[in-house]
Design a protein around this ligand. Structure first.
Ligand code: DC
Length: 234
């Protein structure tokens, strides 16, 4: 019997916030035995330190120094993925509304992007990784073997976010949540550095009317197909 070694691929999942990227990249990585890299969490981590050290966003020397020294590690504790920054578990604190807001500004700084992209390339260079973000298939790994662009209507993404917040016990308004999603999309698409764009060779999945399991199946089927060694012997 012919035995072959499956290829360890680089899988990119890009798309706007609320399309289900985090849930799907975690589930996909688990299923494939790949490492999951949440690139948004890396920008959030930089923003957290900027906030804690009270650094002015104009102070590029301090920002650069911070980016050179930061250590961001993704660890799996049982079923949970934790983000460890300079030895401290920041998984929850990087998700507060204040940090989210600051992250959007920090992620727009060219120095920060250059430093994070370098770290992301280093983390993913060996393959066997799923990277989730906005610019994985266009900037970080244009040569990724599998690229997904995950989308859903702003209305549906707003509705999902609304349900999440409700479940957490927050007081929220559906129309306002949808409007916030639309506003964030505009900022993401219009910023000068690494705006959210679709890679021409990405497989687009519109998850508006799909369940997580349905999307996951589409993703797994494609990755498994591309993991097979090339049949081409020329
Ligand atoms: O995916 P997220 O919500 O954790 O992303 C947080 C912020 O970081 C958001 O403002 C978009 C930005 N981001 C980015 O600019 N590039 C990435 N590769 C990932 C996230």
């Amino acid at each position: 019997m012919l035995k072959y070694q499956k290829k360890k691929l680089i899988v990119a999942i890009d798309g706007p916030s609320g399309a289900g990227k985090s849930t799907l990249s975690k589930a996909l990585a688990k299923k494939l035995g790949y490492i999951n890299i949440d690139t948004g969490a890396m920008y959030r981590s930089v923003a957290l330190l900027v906030q804690q050290q009270d650094i002015d966003l104009q102070d590029s020397a301090r920002i650069k120094a911070l980016c050179e020294q930061i250590s961001i590690v993704f660890e799996r504790h049982q079923e949970e993925e934790r983000v460890i920054v300079n030895g401290r578990d920041v998984t929850e604190v990087i998700r507060t509304p204040q940090v989210s807001l600051l992250t959007a500004r920090v992620a727009a700084l060219p120095d920060v992007r250059a430093a994070m992209v370098a770290q992301q390339r280093h983390l993913g260079r060996g393959g066997g990784v799923v990277l989730e973000g906005r610019d994985v298939g266009t900037v970080i790994f244009p040569q990724a073997e599998v690229k997904f662009y995950l989308s859903a209507t702003a209305e549906e993404r707003g509705r999902r976010r609304y349900e999440e917040l409700l479940a957490r016990g927050d007081q929220v308004d559906l129309q306002q949540t949808i409007a916030e999603v639309e506003a964030r999309d505009l900022i993401d698409q219009q910023r000068t550095h690494a705006p959210l764009v679709q890679a021409p060779d990405a497989v687009v999945i519109d998850s508006t009317t799909m369940t997580i399991d349905q999307v996951l199946k589409v993703m797994i089927d494609l990755v498994r197909e591309r993991e097979k060694p090339s049949q081409d012997h020329h």
